[in-house]
Write a protein that binds this ligand. Structure first.
Ligand SMILES: N[C@@H](CCC(=O)N[C@@H](CS)C(=O)NCC(=O)O)C(=O)O
Length: 233
């Protein structure tokens, strides 16, 4: 059994999609980051970085319980555990390269673009421009790579595609104001739609929908999500 520490945000969405694709049994454990539950000691014992997603696999290596935090580590762990959505050994260098490109580039720049357009004080044009443009540049790199291929790595759907889907699904927030945010990146848009039409995506989208996650963005939420904006306690 996998315990899946979840909040309805892009990085946990990748893991929801993997779990649904692989049909692994799992239990959703809500972590309401808007209420600050990511900072509770019990959760920090699972992810010392205080962010979702995280998993605890009660049947980890050697039959022992294992925690895994950080969505890319979790995708690799689960793909290796199940032997699913993992590229061939020959494609391993490509898989690692693109997974880390998404983990360290496309994802964080997208996240910062969303932050500066939706959460930061208005008027920070330099930051908005930098993060929108960097997110767009990463889109372009992936778009060019996909111009002659169906999936990111090898000939089949892998965890690299699952990882990209999590953030591409938020393109309308990353490129706020664009009617069709991926229209300038046709190969990337094709990949996104290919993944998005998979039956497992519909199931992944309702993970946690029955839980009462806080939706109000008040002072408690801002302190929980952006503690670096406040004095050290
Ligand atoms: N590198 C981490 C990033 C995780 C992350 O930023 N998670 C966000 C949700 S998508 C989060 O927990 N935000 C709440 C917070 O930062 O307090 C991963 O890929 O799992």
């Amino acid at each position: 059994m996998i315990r899946f520490y979840f909040h309805p945000t892009p990085n946990p969405a990748k893991i929801a999609l993997f779990l649904e694709e692989a049909k692994l049994p799992y239990e959703v454990i809500p972590v309401d980051t808007s209420r600050g539950e990511q900072h509770l000691p019990a959760f920090r014992a699972i992810n010392p970085n205080g962010k979702v997603p995280a998993i605890v696999d009660t049947d980890g290596p050697g039959g022992k319980e294992a925690r895994v935090f950080d969505s890319t580590a979790m995708l690799l762990y689960l793909a290796e555990k199940t032997g699913q959505f993992l590229a061939t050994p020959a494609d391993r260098p490509e898989l690692l390269s693109w997974l880390l490109f998404i983990a360290s580039g496309l994802g964080p720049f997208s996240g910062q673009a969303v932050h500066f357009q939706f959460a930061a004080p208005e008027g920070l044009a330099y930051a908005v421009n930098r993060y929108r443009r960097e997110a767009g540049r990463h889109y372009q790199v992936l778009n060019d790579h996909l111009s002659s291929r169906q999936f990111i790595v090898g000939d089949t759907y892998t965890i690299a595609d699952i990882s990209a889907w999590g953030w591409l699904d938020r393109a309308s927030r990353v490129l706020k104001g664009a009617d069709d945010p991926l229209s300038s990146y046709p190969h990337l848009k094709r990949l996104f739609l290919t993944v998005d039409h998979r039956p497992a995506v519909a199931r992944a989208r309702v993970v946690g929908a029955d839980r009462d996650f806080k939706k109000i963005n008040d002072e408690e939420t801002r302190r929980a999500l952006f503690p670096s904006n406040y004095p050290l306690v």
